[in-house]
Design a protein around this ligand. Sequence first.
Ligand SMILES: O=P(O)(O)O[C@@H]1C[C@H](O)[C@@H](CO)O1
Ligand SMILES: Nc1nc2[nH]cnc2c(=O)[nH]1
Length: 291
Amino acid sequence: MHSKDQICHDDYQKTADWLLSQTQHRPKVAIICGSGLGMLADALKLQDSFHYADIPGFPQSTVQGHAGRLVFGELKGKTCVCMQGRFHMYEGHSLSKVTFPVRVFKLLGVETLIVTNAAGALADGYCNGDIMIIRDHINLPGLAGLNPLNGPNDDKFGPRFPPMSGVYDQDLRRLAKDICKSLDFSQFLQEGVYCMVGGPNFESIAEARFLHKLGADAVGMSTAPEVLVASHCGMKVFGLSLITNKVVKDYEDTEKVNHEGVLGVSKMRSETLQTLVTELVSRLDINNNTA
Ligand SMILES: O=P(O)(O)O[C@@H]1C[C@H](O)[C@@H](CO)O1
Ligand SMILES: Nc1nc2[nH]cnc2c(=O)[nH]1
């Protein structure tokens, strides 16, 4: 059964064809920028950029800290496409809309997806400003049946029942750790499990304790659906969480998290994150081509 939100292959293809007609760039890498981390896109050379509102079929971004632009260009000589602002379920988008750009990227020829997000720390040893390489995720909405792959499977993209083990590429994680060592970033580097919740509220203390007990090191409101869809269609995936706050797990703690604080910490570390992602992209084993 097709729901009203069902998007068909032709819809993705139309958007991809439109983009291919507007730019000479042919990216092999896509980067999705999290809250406050969009400045990474500004570093692209030879830019062609498009406001989401001008791209046929694209959803609109409504969150502060997400500019709503798709930027094509070169990062250290490697052609990339960068989402300066992503879509979240809590904005009212269906998960097929949230992940729409990922399938468009696949049709553009993208082979590697890099995702970044802002997240709250559940792990005790984490500090604000830490960068966490995502080793694995817990897709809480997905476990409860909110899944972008719900509905008829599109075999042109991938299988009906995709595995989710080993989704965060081990070689890319290893490479990122080597880069962090050489850049002297190791003192604020972590590797852990990201848990996606629906949001838009931050966690209650009982919820935070529950997620921590489940094995989550950080919690946020994005990433898992995009990663799931990218992996389903055969892309390599690498993910980074910027730890913007500690999630309150103690009833004596009167600290309250807010989005402005999240954006503040993102800003403080965005240059570091940009350096890490740029270095990673420059060392990817890919060849450029243009139209
Ligand atoms: O897009 P991301 O996951 O970086 O955004 C996080 C989660 C919420 O959208 C917002 C909360 O401050 O930041
Ligand atoms: N759910 C959730 N998302 C976040 N994004 C940034 N910080 C947080 C947090 O503490 N919780």
